[in-house]
Design a protein around this ligand. Sequence first.
Ligand SMILES: C[S@@+](CC[C@H](N)C(=O)[O-])C[C@H]1O[C@@H](n2cnc3c(N)ncnc32)[C@H](O)[C@@H]1O
Length: 275
Amino acid sequence: MQLDLTDRDFRNFSTLIYEKSGINLHHGKRELLKARLAKVLRQFDFKSVGDYYDFLMQDTSGDAFIPLLDVISTNLTAFLREPKHFEFLAETAVPELCAAAGTGNAGRIRVWCAGCSSGEEAYSIAMTMLEALPENRRPDLRILGTDISTRMLQLAEKGVYEASRVDKVPYAMRRQYFQKGVNRWKGFYRVKPLVRDIVQFRRLNFIEPFAFSRPFDIVFCRNVMIYFDKETQEKLVNRFHEVIQGAGYLFIGHSESLTGVRHRFRYVRPSVYRK
Ligand SMILES: C[S@@+](CC[C@H](N)C(=O)[O-])C[C@H]1O[C@@H](n2cnc3c(N)ncnc32)[C@H](O)[C@@H]1O
C-alpha cells in the first residue's frame, strides 16, 4: 500500500506515540513511521491514516495502541550483546552480590531486564549469572524481563530461537543451557527449563507507574533510552534509582550515555553505573 502521510498526520502520530510510549519520532523518522503505519493499516484493514487516527482517539481502554506500539518499537537484540557487560557481571557484580547476599540480602538476587525485546538479553543475564554463582550456595536468583511490545514478549516467553541466533553463544554455554531441536524443530534451539524457571516476562511501559513488590540489585536498560528525549531519559533513570537497592548496578547500552541527564548514580565505567 502506498501511504499518504501529510505533515499533519506526522505531527498527530508522533505526538501520540510520544505521549503513549516516550518514543521520540523526530522528522528524520518520517519514512520509518510511514512504513510502519502502512503495516498496521494493512493488518487491520484501515483505508487511511486519518481513519486509523480517529479510531485510536476514540479508544478509552488503551488496548488499541498495543499493535501500534508493537510496530513502532525497534526490537534489535542478540544473545550476549555487548559482551563486556556480561564479563563485568560475572567477574565483578556477581561476586559482590553474593557477598552481600550472605550478609543480609536474604539470599536473594533480583535483576530487571528493562526493554528485553524477544528475551535474548534476559536469558543471557540468567546464563551468565548461573555460570558465575557458586553452585553449593546459590542465592535465589530471579530475573524479570519487561517490554512494551506484546509481540516480542510472546517470543521471549517461548524461548525458541533460530540456530543462527544461538550459534554465537559459546559452545559450553550452549550445551548447558539450550536444547537443540530435532525433526520439525531442526534448526532451532530452546532455552532449557533451568534457565526459563528463573526468568519471568511481563508487559511494562516505561511511561506508566512501576509496581514492583521488591527492589532490584541490578537493572539492565540497554539500547532503549536512545529512542527517548533527554527529559524522558532523566525521569526514567531517576525511577531506576528508586527501584535499585543497596549499591546496585545500572547497565545502559554502550552507545548511550547519561551525559546531560541529571541523576544520582555513580559512574563506574562506560555504560555501567552504581547507586
Ligand atoms: C533495541 S531493543 C533493545 C533490546 C535489548 N535491551 C538489547 O539491548 O539488546 C529496544 C526495546 O525497548 C522497548 N521499548 C521501547 N519503548 C518502550 C517503553 N516505553 N516501555 C517499555 N519498553 C519499550 C522496545 O519494544 C524494544 O524491544
